[in-house]
Design a protein around this ligand. Structure first.
Ligand code: ADP
Length: 329
């Protein structure tokens, strides 16, 4: 199948800040490609380079067999992360306005139905809820019935029901042959929608593949989380490896211990062990690895490599960037 999006070694810096450091990816026709990665990883810059709204410093990008700046706009749909249409137009008026920019647009009412906003069609944009507004924005990227659709965080700020409407819409578009590239912070969204996921960290794609393969290769093993104030030493005689939960996986404030490589059938052994030793705990939860584990593992590893690199440099440079990464983690 032919590649609809092809990026090779894209680099882009804003002054001292490196946004892309050799990003390469290829998306086939009809595929849904999910781009994930921490804040500041370069996702938006990559989408902008692929849609012709920023020029990379080096590397090549081609979409629909053309350069991103020359591509036929009738074939391309783009939902930027920051998009604020005029507030005093109704949802229907807005979609009609955007439809008017194309030669052969879809019927705005059909698009309203697609994004689940028929009842809100006459409401001013500024009076819609945040989630409804985002759905109008998604609709505005669909009015030209694009062959290739870029969605930068399409469901951020949308409630769970609205999110499902957008998910179904993306699934329908994909089933109809539209190629979709979407960025998201929602691992469930990436796992559900994406045929392949690319993890962007520190400006390049550190892993790409079908979600299930990434989970198999990088997700680690199944685990049992024991919510307990006890010390890991209390688990020392258990025949499984134990440690603390990863950063980002911590739910309780009282502390927790993670028992690794354990199948559900063996949970009873742990319960017996804890009871025999009077170790108090408030909850046990077992989980298979998922895309969030992949994300935590690879994004953490990249961040660590970056910290090591900066420390072995002159020590001072990049400190503000690190502080920023710390804040957003
Ligand atoms: P993401 O979308 O993954 O959060 P971005 O592509 O927005 O990442 O940003 C990557 C890096 O480039 C960040 O450090 C960000 O601050 C910087 N950056 C992005 N756009 C600009 C810009 N227009 N001017 C200066 N720095 C920018």
């Amino acid at each position: 199948m032919e590649a609809v999006v092809e990026a090779t070694d894209l680099e882009k810096a804003y002054g001292e800040t490196v946004a892309l450091s050799g990003a390469s990816l290829s998306v086939q026709g009809g595929e849904v490609f999910g781009l994930i990665g921490p804040n500041g990883a370069g996702k938006t810059t990559l989408v902008r380079a692929l849609t012709g709204t920023t020029d990379p410093d080096s590397g090549t990008a081609r979409i629909l067999d053309d350069s991103p700046t020359a591509v036929d706009r009738d074939r391309l749909g783009v939902l930027p992360q920051e998009f604020s249409p005029p507030g005093r137009l109704s949802a229907r008026e807005l979609l009609s306005y955007y439809a008017g920019l194309y030669d052969d647009p879809r019927d705005p009412d059909a698009v309203l139905a697609d994004v689940g906003l028929v009842d809100a069609g006459d409401t001013w944009y500024e009076d819609l809820s945040g989630g409804q507004q985002r759905r109008v924005c998604v609709g505005s990227a669909l009015v030209n019935d694009p062959d290739l659709l870029f969605l930068d965080e399409p469901t951020t700020g949308i409630d769970p029901a609205g999110r499902r409407t957008v998910w179904r819409l993306i699934e329908d578009l994909a089933a109809g042959g539209t190629t979709v590239v979407l960025t998201t912070h929602d691992m469930a969204e990436a796992e559900r929608l994406a045929d392949r996921v690319g993890l962007l960290a520190d400006g390049s794609l550190v892993a790409q593949g079908p979600p299930e393969r990434l989970v198999r290769d990088h997700g680690g093993s199944s685990r049992l989380t024991v919510e307990t104030a006890a010390d890991p030493a209390a688990f020392a005689d258990l025949e499984y490896p134990v440690d603390r939960p990863e950063r980002g996986r911590r739910r309780s404030t009282d502390g927790a211990i993670v028992v690794r490589d354990i199948e559900p059938a063996a949970i009873g052994t742990v319960v017996d062990y804890l009871e025999a030793r009077d170790v108090e705990y408030t909850q046990l939860s077992w989980a298979e690895p998922d895309l969030e584990d992949v994300y935590l593992e690879l994004a953490d590893a990249t961040e660590q490599a970056r910290t090591d690199r900066l420390e072995s440099d002159d020590g001072g440079a990049g400190e503000s960037d690190l502080a920023r990464a710390g804040e957003t983690a």
